[in-house]
Every structure is written in C-alpha cells, then in structure tokens.
Design a binder for this molecule. Structure first.
Ligand code: SF4
Length: 894
C-alpha cells in the first residue's frame, strides 16, 4: 500500500468520521480511521471499516439510459432539460419537482436548490432528510430562530449526565457512542447515562437507567421535567429573564404533569420517573441527545422543543458539557440544511417566508424568480405526483419507493408520472424501475465535495478511484441541465470548488451577524486550498482565523430570533396519531440495524456486513408471541390497510408487549416482501411535515410454512422460487434464507434452479434426504468447486450458518463436510457473528464466559472480540450478562 493516504469522510451516518484510504499499486484500497479528524480521532465503526468492500463496479449504473436504452450523456441531458422546460412552460413551475438526499454532497445540493428555487421558480425541492431530521430543524428554528445545533461531540464526553432520547446511538452513530463509552471508562462511570427508548437496545447496555417509555409519550415526560426544573434550584432565573420568552405559557402546559401523571402516561414506574427528574435537576453538566425516536413523530417538533425547553430554563446550553444535541441520521443532512435543500427553506439558512431573505438570495443569484411560499414537502410531493399535479420529477441519490411512508402509493404515483429522472449509483433499485431516464452518479470514493456532520463540522469527501463507467457528479448533471434550460451564466461552474465558493459567499452576503450559518472565510478559497481543506466547524466568518477549539452557540444568550431571545415553546401533550384497532393492535416501530445502511444499495454488497444480521426480522415480545402462536425463528406477517410484509420472528424480552419493531433496510432487491414503509401511515408532524415512522398500528399473524431452507450460491439467483426469501452477500457468493407453503417433491431440481444449473449440465450432486422427517440437504459441485448448497427442513432450519459461510468461502472445501450443515467434533460452530472485524461468533463469546471471562477486556483478550472497530462491544456485554445468568441460575436454584 502507498504511504500517501487520501483523507476523506465516511458516507454513512451523521457522525461524519474521517477516513484515511491508502491505495495500493494494484488499485486495492485499505481503509482506516483518520486519527486527525475531530469527529472520530481514528475510530471507525464496522460500516466505515468495510468501505473498501463496497467499492467496485458490481451492480453499478454505468451509462445514462433513456427508456431503458443506453444513451450518451449529451442526449440524456438534452432530453431531461427539454422535458422539464416543456413541462414548466405548459403547466407552470410548480408542475416539476426535485427529490434529493442527505447522501449527496453540499455542492450537489447547492446547485439543485439554486436551479429549482431561483431559476425554475418553484420551491418544490425536498429531500429524504425530511424523513429523518426535519423535526429537529423546525424545533431549532422555533427555539433559537435558526437551525443550529448548539453543542459539539466533546460535550458528550465532558458531561456528567447524558440523556439519550429515541436514539440507538450504539448502532446508529457507533463512533459517537464509542466516544461516550470510552469517556465513561476513563472517568469511572461518568457521564451517567439515561436511555429513553421503548425498546431495550444495544445502547441500553451502557445505561445506568433505561426508561422503556410507552411509544409517543416523550413530551409528557419532558413536560414533567420542565415542571420540576422550574421549581428547583436548577432554574437559571437570570438566563430565563434576560434571554428567553415564553416560560409562563410553557409552564401552563406543563402544570398537569405531576410525576404521578407522567408515570401513568408513559407507563414508567413512578420511582424511575422521580430518579430521572432528580438526576437532571442535580446535574448541571447535562447533555440530551435525541435522534429519530424523537424526530419521526407526528409530535416530533414538540418533542424537540420539550427537550430544548428543559435546557433553556436551566441555562444549560452552548457551554462545555451542556446542551441539547440532535444526532443527525445522514452523512450530509446538515449540508443540505445549509444550502436550503428543504422545501420550506432558502439557501444559507435563510427563510422563504421572509421578504428580505428572498430579496437577498434573488439578488445574489441574479435569479429571475424566487418562490414566495414553501414548496411541497416529501410526502405531499409524492401525493401531488400521484394526483397528477407534478408531472416531472428528478430523484437523486434516494429510494423513495422503499423509504417514504405508504410506500406502495409512492410506487403507484411514480408509475403514472409522465417524466421520472433517477440519478443513482446502482442500476437496479425499487425506484429506478420507474425511471424514464437513468443518470449514473458517482459513488463514494469517486466523488469530490463537502459534507457536514452533526456537530457542524464540514469535511471533504475525496475521490480515491476513477468513476465507474460514465458516472458523473450530481452537481455537474444539474448544472448541465440548467444550462440547457437557458440559464447558462448562472450555472457555469468550473468544478466543485467554484460551487463551494459561491455557497460560502452567499452565507456571508449581507450577513453582519444576523445569521448563524456563515462560512464566508472560504468565499475566495482557491481550487488547491479547497482540495487540501482540513475539517472545520462553522461558523467561520471572513476575517476570522481558523479555530482549533470547538465552536458552540448560545452560551452568550444571543439567539437568532427577531427579539434576539430564545423561545421556550409551550408543548401540550399529544400521543401517537394512530389508534390501536381490534386487529391492528401492535404499535409498529421502525429503525436501523448495526451493519446496514438505508436500502442497502452499498452495504448490501459487502459480505462482511451481512454476517451479523442477514435477513429482515420482527422483534416481538415473548408474551405476544405466545398468545399469537409465533414461534422463535418462525415467520410472521405484519399487515394493515396499507400493506403487508413477511419477516422472521425474533422473540425477545427487549421488546415491549404490544409493540413490534422491524428494520428499514430490506427491499425487493434483497427480500421477497420486506418493504416495511408500506405499513407506515403518511401521518405528518404539522410543523415539520416529518412522517410518524414509529407509530403505525399493525396486525400480526403467525405463518406456518411447509418448509424452511438455507442456501449458499455462487451467483446471485435470477429467480427464487420460494414464498419467503432473503438474500445476503457471503464471501464467494450469496446466502439465502427460504421458506415455502408448497409441497416440493423434487428438491434437487429446486436446488439446480436456484444455482442456474440445468439437469443436463455437468455437475455432481451430493445429497441426503429424510423423507419422514421432511429434511433434505444437498451440495452441488461443478468443475471441482462447490457451486452451492441447499438445506431444507420442516422447522426453522438449524444449520450452522456462520460455519457454512466460512466453509463456502473456501473453493476447495470438502462437500461431504459441508453436507452435514454442522461442524463435527473437529471444528466448532462460531454462531451468529458478533464481532465481524475478527470473525468472532456468539458461541465463542459464551464459551469464553464459561471459561471464566467476566468482562469486555477479558473477552477481548481471550477471543479478540470487540478489539477492532468496537461496534460489537454493547452486544458482547449483553451476551456476557446473559450467559452469566444462564450459568449461575442452576446453582442458585440448588
Ligand atoms: Fe461511518 Fe460508522 Fe463513523 Fe457513522 S460512525 S460516520 S457509519 S464510520
């Protein structure tokens, strides 16, 4: 590998870790955490560490396509420009829309927003960030007058109390979680951690107090806390009087929320409510971190303000170790906010409903238009497409057919839209099926530009390799279309640095301290300085020196409202918008798993990232499972009036009774029927327009397939003949979970179909069948190499998957050994892979506990588990506790 590493930024979560990529002479890439990046100081989680496995051309969209046929860029751009121009001329500017993404770079976002708002003349540009953090944006703007995260990551390490609300930080922001965990280790258990989440998650493993709150009840808890704080010595009367408005109204809303009322509404024990209140009251250095569990709600903005209120009354904001902190989901959701990528924003944090802001932006862009009112937010945008009001849409770097609520309706809307353009890195997504024009976008490792993380740190993504095929940057495609639409002068950019300079200049344009977002120090950055730019935190105003110390907001009591004072917002309690039905009795919670990202377009190609969890699942409380006859590892159907999905049952007491959880990632490319957003209602927060993605109601039914199967295949199957399937990457091929309701007589031919090996093809089949027991196993060898294996049984198939995958990775493996499906005495079954850095499974960790290991350090020493990226450490902790309980229980019973 070369000594000269390229410094770039991870493309997944909003932690925004710095990545150091070394390119070898043969073009291979080695990934490591960037020790100099302020977000991660050298750490990476498992997704970041596996980035090298996601590079490459497999599945990529390599050329533009019009109507499915390969086209030149020139023809594709002409076509897109002509169709958009004609649509605008015929039906007006609001008949077109852009739907963009927190995955694209700031430069891409800036050009898209400028084209739509300033030149097409509509505000119909929105982003998938609407689905993850728009409630935080709205809450910040209500409280602070601007969308500003006051604090920095370091505050989580220096606080004495960290309250995590609706945030599975361990899996969704793993490096931030590791920083918190490391601080606790170093500071002897400080900060104390409170975890507020209906589910017991990996994050709960670190918590001193886990409050398994009833879904949707967060505002009640924080109203109770506000009431308590206002009566306590923690109230900062001077700060409230000098720098805030609205306390009396907010307290009036909080008045009914005695601890008893809070306990009843939240389902928490009164003692736990009191303990939480006491902890917050008595701890000056408190940080409250919140994420999707807060934002993805029909009361999301109120939840955000209810949290911020508690910080404002105590004056705990913008100071080291104190403040509310929104952990952003996507790598550049923050950058999108900075350029005004939401339908209700203007560029550079300016507001569409302020005439002076509209005039300023229009003047700066020399734009012919500027919309006077907000455009359509994500859910309304696709509703308008379905109703025929929007007739041309450009979707960039996102997969709304899977990720928007009421997802089947989104598919139906796109199917009747007269003109759909999709820019993506991969050829086949559930959304690209509907595209009239497909434009190949550059992927991570190819593109070049800026992203902003959750603590306002702007850093560079840099290219490591040549683009796949004819992939081009999104900003380039947008600018080229703009020029073809007649706006040549305004979109004549020489490269991403030119776009960034304009963005930086606009942030400082007639700013004079009126707007918090200001990076005008970079308005004249040269191309070479742009290329070499180090991570920096905004603001960075013209004339200021670069700052090596963290920049916080609001400690001085200055806010960006018209009065200059913060608003303490009254947040009367509202529960979930949906209602439990006789059949739809389960609250449906959605979220992420540790090793996958969004709809798996990138993480789905890395075998390493399918080792931990390889199929979609529903997390179900044992009492509910017993009542409905759901067996562990069986299948369940979740359904409501909008859709239905089929998932593997994960029966666990980590789930509350009456709730069910499923991950968001799986879609039609990776599973038979797991697009969970088909179940989510398009119910929105009235202020932010963010959907309630964690509060739909569903019916749950146990399914009873005739057979279950597991298969390993070298090639991705073209057709999978099974009622249920889930596909994941394995080293050297693919792994498949299967189940069916049909009676299969000829399993060998089913196996051949799966492998694409015909009856007449020269292949050797080693098989074993137990007709009475209903099981069948076969290993098929072709050209001296194992081409695939199939294992079938009447019950959920109990083969040693991790061991089989390891065996399959070796082309010279013995088919006879593989046929058994389980290791014999000479080998051991590692069990579910927990530590994928060092390939350590759950069984090895349990064995280490049996051998006397009692903590993470001992487990690490004995097995190496948890000593790599560290993403698995919470689960190792849980396994240790679980195993200790198992082995001490019999002794206690004696
Ligand atoms: Fe990437 Fe993991 Fe860092 Fe998030 S925590 S930015 S996914 S390495």
């Amino acid at each position: 590998m070369s000594d000269c590493a390229i410094k770039t930024t991870c493309p997944y979560c909003g932690t925004g870790c710095g990545v150091s990529a070394s390119i070898g002479a043969q073009g291979g890439v080695e990934i490591a955490g960037d020790p100099d990046h302020p977000a991660n100081h050298g750490r990476l989680c498992v997704k970041g560490a596996a980035l090298a496995q996601t590079l490459g051309d497999e599945g990529r969209l390599l050329h533009p396509r019009i109507g499915g046929a390969r086209a030149s860029w020139s023809d594709a751009l002409d076509h897109v420009a002509r169709r958009f121009r004609q649509t605008v001329e015929r039906y007006g500017p609001d008949s077109v829309a852009f739907y963009v993404s927190g995955q694209i770079l700031t430069e891409d976002y800036y050009v898209a927003n400028k084209l739509m708002k300033g030149f097409i003349g509509s505000a119909n540009i929105d982003t998938n960030s609407r689905l993850c953090m728009s409630s935080s944006v709205a809450g910040h703007r209500r409280a602070f007058g601007a969308d500003i995260v006051p604090g920095v990551y370091e505050d989580l390490e220096t606080a004495d109390l960290v309250v995590l609300v609706g945030s599975n930080l361990a899996w969704c922001h793993p490096v931030l979680f590791q920083r918190l965990a490391a601080a606790r280790e170093k500071r002897g258990g400080k900060p104390v951690v409170v975890n507020i989440d209906p589910r017991r998650t990996a994050t709960s493993e670190i918590a001193d107090l886990h409050l398994a709150i009833e879904p949707g009840a967060d505002v009640a808890l924080f109203l109770g806390l506000l009431r308590r704080l206002a009566k306590s010595p923690a109230l900062d009367r001077a700060f409230v009087d000098e720098h805030t408005d609205g306390l009396d109204q907010a307290l009036a809303a909080a008045l009914p929320w005695t601890p008893g009322a809070v306990a009843r509404r939240t389902g928490l024990a009164l003692a736990d409510v009191e303990r939480f209140f006491d902890l917050v009251v008595s701890t000056d250095r408190t940080v409250t971190v919140y994420s999707q569990g807060v934002n993805q709600s029909s009361a999301g903005v109120d939840k955000v303000n209810a949290i911020i209120n508690c910080h404002l009354v105590a004056g705990r904001i913008g100071k080291p170790g104190r403040g509310p902190f929104s952990a952003t989901g996507q790598p550049n959701a923050m950058g999108g906010r900075e350029v005004g990528g939401l339908a209700n924003q203007l560029a550079a944090h300016m507001e569409i409903d302020k005439p002076e802001h509209r005039a300023l932006v229009q003047e700066f862009w020399a734009a012919p238009h500027i919309p006077t009112s907000a455009g359509l937010k994500a859910v309304d945008m696709f509703r308008a497409i379905g109703e025929g009001r929007i007739k041309a849409v450009w979707i960039m770097g996102t997969n709304p057919v899977d990720s928007l609520p009421d997802a089947d309706r989104v598919a139906a809307a796109l199917s009747i839209c007269p003109f759909v353009v999709v820019s993506d890195v991969v050829e086949r997504t559930d959304t690209s099926e509907f595209a009239h024009v497909l434009l190949p976008a550059q992927a991570w490792g190819e593109k070049d530009g800026m992203v902003t993380n959750s603590e306002r740190c702007i850093s560079r993504q840099r290219a490591l390799r040549a683009p796949a095929g004819e992939a081009m940057p999104d900003w380039w495609a947008m600018a080229a279309v703009a020029r073809r639409m007649g706006f040549a002068r305004a979109f004549d950019y020489s490269g991403p640095a030119a776009v960034f300079r304009e963005h930086a200049a606009l942030s400082g344009y007639r700013n004079r301290g009126l707007r918090g977002f200001d990076i005008s120090a970079l308005a004249n950055v040269s191309d070479s300085d742009y290329r070499a730019m180090l991570p920096f935190q905004w603001p960075w105003r013209v004339g200021e020196a670069a700052s090596a110390t963290p920049r916080r907001f609001f400690a001085d009591g200055h806010f960006f409202t018209d009065s200059g004072r913060a608003r303490i917002v009254a947040t009367p309690f509202r529960g979930l918008a949906g209602r439990r039905g006789e059949r739809c009795e389960f609250v449906f919670n959605t979220g992420r798993v540790r090793d996958q990202w969004h709809t798996m377009t990138r993480t789905g190609v890395a075998a390493r990232l399918s080792q931990h969890i390889a199929e979609p699942f529903a997390e179900i409380n044992p009492a509910d499972a017993a009542r409905l006859g759901v067996r562990p590892a069986g299948l369940v159907r979740l359904a409501n009036g909008r859709g239905a999905v089929t998932l593997r049952a994960l029966v666990t007491d980590r789930q509350r009774e009456g709730s069910v959880f499923a991950p968001i990632h799986w879609n039609d490319q990776f599973a038979s029927n797991a697009r969970i957003d088909t179940l989510v209602a398009p119910v929105l927060d009235p202020v932010s327009g963010q959907p309630e993605s964690k509060g739909a109601y569903v019916e749950m039914t146990a399914l009873h397939p005739r057979w279950f199967g597991f298969a390993l295949v070298r090639e991705k199957p073209r057709v999978i003949e099974a009622d249920y399937w889930a596909l994941g990457r394995a080293d050297g091929g693919w792994r498949l979970e299967l189940a069916g309701f049909d009676a299969v007589e000829d399993w060998e031919s089913r196996a051949r179909d799966l492998l694409g090996i015909g009856e007449s093809d020269d292949a050797f089949v080693l098989s074993a069948r137990d007709a009475r027991g209903g099981s069948y196993r076969c290993v098929i060898v072709r050209d001296g190499v194992i081409a695939g294996a199939l294992y079938v049984a009447r019950e959920p198939i109990a083969v040693a998957r991790a061991w089989l995958c390891e065996l399959f990775a070796d082309p010279a493996a013995d088919p006879a050994i593989m046929l058994a499906g389980r290791p014999g005495a000479a080998a051991s079954d590692p069990g579910q892979k927990i530590c994928v850095c060092f390939n350590v499974g759950a069984n090895a960790i349990r064995d280490a506990v049996d051998g006397g290991c009692r903590d993470l350090a001992a487990i690490g020493e004995a097995t190496t588990a948890g000593t790599g990226c560290g993403s698995c450490r919470p689960e190792i902790g849980r396994l240790v506790k679980q195993r200790l309980a198992e082995i001490t229980l019999p002794a206690a019973a004696e």
